[in-house]
Design a protein around this ligand. Sequence first.
Ligand SMILES: [Zn+2]
Length: 112
Amino acid sequence: MTCREAERLVTPYIQDKLSGDELEAFLEHLEHCRNCQEELEIYFMVDVGLKQLDTGSGTFDIMGALQKRIAESYARVRRMWRFRKMEYAVNTLGVMAVLVTVMLQVRIWLAP
Ligand SMILES: [Zn+2]
């Protein structure tokens, strides 16, 4: 992912609108791109700042909130992969079960 693509995902990220795959690519880019990290920090601060004006809640740990958000995003990507692996395993088992059934049936047909 290029910085241009990452920058386009900053706002949807803050609004929690990224798909699992987009989220994974975005986090991966952030890991080694300080520029985009800063971009995200600025947008996040503005977003949280504006919401605070609405609610009027006093001081707020913005960087802490951003770190928490990023940690949640990693957890979401991990859950996505766990689910995909499980799905793959279930599909594989399903195919194997069909194969075994067919083989057993063929053996019955061929048995003298
Ligand atoms: Zn970047």
